[in-house]
Design a protein around this ligand. Structure first.
Ligand SMILES: Cc1cc2nc3c(=O)[nH]c(=O)nc-3n(C[C@H](O)[C@H](O)[C@H](O)COP(=O)(O)OP(=O)(O)OC[C@H]3O[C@@H](n4cnc5c(N)ncnc54)[C@H](O)[C@@H]3O)c2cc1C
Length: 372
C-alpha cells in the first residue's frame, strides 16, 4: 500500500477511542461519545468505502416487533426480558428520529402490518387472540395505547384476509439514515477512515493489525462489527446470518402503504416509490445462510420470487436488482454489550431490528466509556 508518511502517522497514532465498523452502531457510538465526552478523540476504522455489512443494505423497516415475534420471544425469554428488548428498540427509534429528524431519512409512518399465509391459520388465530394481551404489554412497558389492531388485509389478495396493524411502525431509507449519521459524526470531530480492514487485534500491544500492513495503536477499542464479530473475537456468541433482498422495477398499480411482516418476520416487504422490496427467507435454508459471505442463492431466490408472485402476481418477471447483507444473531435477542478486558468494549448482535436498537446501543456503549 502506498501510504504517505503523513497518512500512515495519522492512521496509526492512537486515539482515545478507536471504533471498528461504521454501521449504525459504530457511528451512533461515536456520536454519543462526542456528545457526552467532547474532549475525547474518536476514530472509526471501516473496511468498506461505505458501511459494508447491514446498515445500508437493510429493508429500512423502523419496527420493534410483530405479534407473532412477540409471542415467540415471550415464550422463549419470559415477559420482562422480552419486553426489555422491545423497550431498547423503542428507545432506539425515538433516539434516531430525534437525532436526525424524519425528513432527512425519509421516515414514513405507514405502520407495520403482519400478514398470514394460507396454512398459517393456527398461528394466526393465536396472534389474533392475543392482541389485547400484547396491547397491555405495550401499554405497561412502553406507555403506548392500542399498539395492535385487527384489520382487513385488502391489498395482498393471495394472503389471508385477517391482518394485524401496528400503528407505531414506519419505514426509512437506510442510506439516507447512514449518510446523515456519518455527516453528524464528522461535524462533531469524529475521524472516519474507510478502506482499512482489520485482520486481528493484538491485545497485548494494543494494536490493530491490518490487511494493508498498517498497525493502528488504540487507547480504548470498541468493536462494532456485528455479524463479522467472530472474525476478530471468536469467543463472542454471535452467528452471522445472511439476508437476501430483491427490488422490482416500478409497478403502476401498487399501493402497499405499510411495512409488511410475514412468518414471524422472516419474510418482509414494502413498497419503495413504485417498486416492491422483498427480502428474508433465511429460515428455509438456515445452514447455508449462517454465513458472513455476501451472495444470493438459487434456493432463496426461488422462494422469494414465488412469494413475490403471491404479493403481486406476475411481478417476479420485473425483478431488476438483488443484494444481500449480513446480520448478527445468537441464542438471545439481547445485543452483546460488554467489556472483554480493560480496554476492549464490544457492541454487536443486533438481530433483525438493528435500525431500531442501533442508536440505543450506541448510547449504552458511550455510557460504558463515560463510566470507565
Ligand atoms: C438484508 C437485511 C435487511 C434488514 N432489514 C432490517 C430492517 O428493515 N429493519 C431493521 O431494524 N433491521 C434490519 N436489518 C438488521 C440491521 O440492518 C442490522 O441489525 C444493523 O444494521 C446492524 O448494524 P451494525 O452497525 O451493528 O452492523 P453493520 O451495519 O453490519 O456494520 C458493521 C461494520 O463493520 C465493518 N467491518 C466488519 N469487519 C471489519 C473489519 N475486520 N475491519 C474493518 N471494518 C469491519 C463492516 O464493513 C460494516 O460496515 C436487516 C439486515 C439485513 C442484512
Amino acid at each position: 500500500m502506498n501510504y504517505s508518511f503523513w497518512e500512515k502517522y495519522f492512521i496509526e497514532s492512537p486515539s482515545d477511542i478507536t471504533i471498528i465498523g461504521s454501521g449504525i452502531v459504530g457511528v451512533s457510538t461515536a456520536i454519543s461519545i462526542k456528545e457526552k465526552l467532547p474532549h475525547l478523540d474518536v476514530k472509526i476504522i471501516e473496511r468498506g468505502s461505505q458501511p459494508y455489512g447491514a446498515s445500508t443494505k437493510n429493508a429500512g423497516f423502523a419496527c420493534f416487533g410483530s405479534v407473532s415475534e412477540l409471542l415467540d420471544d415471550f415464550i422463549k425469554m419470559g415477559e420482562n426480558p422480552c419486553m426489555e428488548v422491545v423497550h431498547m428498540r423503542w428507545e432506539g427509534l425515538k433516539k434516531l428520529r430525534a437525532r436526525l429528524g424524519d425528513q432527512i431519512m425519509e421516515y414514513k409512518n405507514g405502520g407495520g402490518m403482519e400478514l398470514f399465509r394460507n396454512g398459517d391459520e393456527q398461528i394466526m388465530d393465536e396472534c389474533l387472540g392475543k392482541i389485547t394481551f400484547c396491547n397491555e404489554m405495550m401499554a405497561d412497558h412502553l406507555g403506548i395505547s392500542k399498539c395492535y389492531t385487527e384489520v382487513k388485509n385488502d391489498k395482498v389478495h393471495r394472503l389471508k384476509k385477517e391482518a394485524i396493524f401496528n400503528a407505531y411502525e414506519g419505514t426509512i431509507n437506510p442510506v439516507s439514515m447512514m449518510n446523515q449519521l456519518i455527516k453528524k459524526a464528522i461535524l462533531l470531530g469524529v475521524h472516519l477512515i474507510n478502506g482499512i480492514a482489520v485482520d486481528s487485534i493484538d491485545r497485548t500491544n494494543k494494536k490493530l493489525m491490518c490487511a494493508s500492513g498498517l498497525q493502528i495503536n488504540y487507547g480504548t477499542l470498541i468493536v462494532c462489527t456485528n455479524g463479522f464479530a467472530a472474525q476478530l473475537l471468536p469467543e463472542l456468541p454471535v452467528v452471522p446470518a445472511r439476508n437476501q433482498v430483491l427490488m422490482t422495477s416500478p409497478i403502476t398499480d401498487l399501493n402497499l402503504t405499510s411495512a409488511y411482516h410475514v412468518d414471524k418476520g422472516y419474510i418482509y416487504f414494502r413498497q419503495y416509490e413504485q417498486r416492491i422490496l422483498l427480502g428474508g427467507g433465511r429460515n428455509i435454508d438456515p445452514i447455508t445462510e449462517s454465513t458472513d459471505e455476501f451472495g444470493n442463492t438459487e434456493i432463496i431466490r426461488k422462494y422469494l420470487l414465488s412469494f413475490l408472485d403471491t404479493i403481486h402476481p406476475g411481478s417476479s418477471d420485473h425483478v431488476v436488482h438483488w443484494w444481500s447483507g449480513i446480520l448478527g444473531v445468537g441464542d438471545s435477542k439481547f445485543p452483546v454489550c460488554k467489556w472483554v478486558g480493560d480496554d476492549v468494549l464490544v457492541g454487536v448482535r443486533l438481530g433483525g431490528m438493528g435500525v431500531a436498537i442501533g442508536s440505543y446501543l450506541g448510547d449504552k456503549l458511550a455510557s460504558e466509556v463515560a463510566e470507565s
